[in-house]
Design a binder for this molecule. Structure first.
Ligand code: ZN
Length: 290
């Protein structure tokens, strides 16, 4: 088990250094400075719901994760995924809210939970039932490499998931097999949604939320959008950046926009997008399928 990845530094080595990332960091840093300098309206305080999501909090990311949570707590009220969805649906967005979720079910999500529990913040963990409790090193290595483009990282087991649930966190489905839903036919999509829900519900009561693997607009389609609600979920989350503003119309069956957060990133990388989202148009709710 010592071969399993414990630090984000190892992930960076695995993925390789990219000049593109350094350039992006510089551009976002300048962009954030410009936002901060011209922000006479205190734009981050606009009423809205911002969803953020993580994949991991490795041992060398714990310090930054806590720092980020404390920084976000200054201007936002943290709410659960269910509360956030309900506030969008019922047009009850009266101040800046933030909701955190996590995809892929790595064991190091327990590091995140430890910090979140300290501040009584509840996360929604989107789990792939077929990765729960994988123990064989080669199975872990292949799953991480082929599905997640990651070095071998240990996954949560059932005991961990029940522990998270006991601490008030929510559990959602992230599909069986971490598949790209735009490449599946209707039957495979329905079966996957139903089966992943059933497996999780066999231990965790009702599962209401689903997050698309990969999650960009090209990774799902109208068929998979309709299927999520038809098979009994009440929300579907994407990996499309943005946030949700108060609106009286188009508030049902929303595709949830989420901003990815990687602790290793400079915080300007995160706050640039939070600013950008806050300047967004009030009435635009992302739902290309309605
Ligand atoms: Zn994923």
């Amino acid at each position: 088990m010592s071969l399993l990845t414990k630090n984000y530094l190892e992930v960076k080595k695995y993925k390789g250094y990219k000049v593109r990332d350094s350039i992006k960091n510089i551009v976002l840093k300048i962009g954030l400075k410009l936002y901060e300098l011209t922000d006479v309206k205190n734009i981050l305080l606009r009423p809205k719901i911002q969803f953020i999501y993580i994949h991991h909090v490795f041992d060398d990311e714990v310090f930054n994760f806590e720092k980020l949570i404390l920084k976000l707590m200054k201007t936002n009220t943290f709410i659960t995924h269910s509360d956030a969805i309900s506030r969008i649906e019922n047009n009850m967005i009266d101040k800046p809210y933030i909701s955190i979720s996590s995809d892929d079910g790595f064991k190091n999500n327990l590091n995140a939970a430890k910090i979140l529990d300290k501040y009584n913040i509840k996360c929604c963990f989107f789990i792939n039932p077929d990765s729960i409790g994988l123990k064989d090193f080669d199975d872990i290595k292949n799953y991480c490499k082929n599905k997640l483009n990651m070095p071998p990282v240990e996954f949560l087991d059932w005991e961990d998931i029940l522990y998270l649930k006991k601490n008030g966190h929510e559990i959602g489905s992230h599909s069986i097999g971490h598949l790209n839903f735009s490449k599946l036919n209707e039957r495979a999509i329905n079966d996957n949604l139903i089966e992943s829900k059933q497996i999780l519900e066999s231990k965790c009561n009702k599962i209401n939320h689903f997050a698309y693997p990969y999650g960009r607009l090209i990774d799902f389609n109208k068929m998979s959008y309709d299927a999520v609600f038809k098979t009994g979920y009440s929300s579907c989350s994407s990996a499309i950046r943005g946030c949700h503003f108060p609106s009286k119309t188009n508030t049902k069956r929303i595709i949830i926009k989420r901003d990815i957060v990687i602790m290793d990133h400079n915080f300007s990388n995160i706050f640039y997008f939070l600013y950008k989202n806050s300047y967004g148009n009030d009435q635009i709710f992302l739902n290309p399928f309605l």
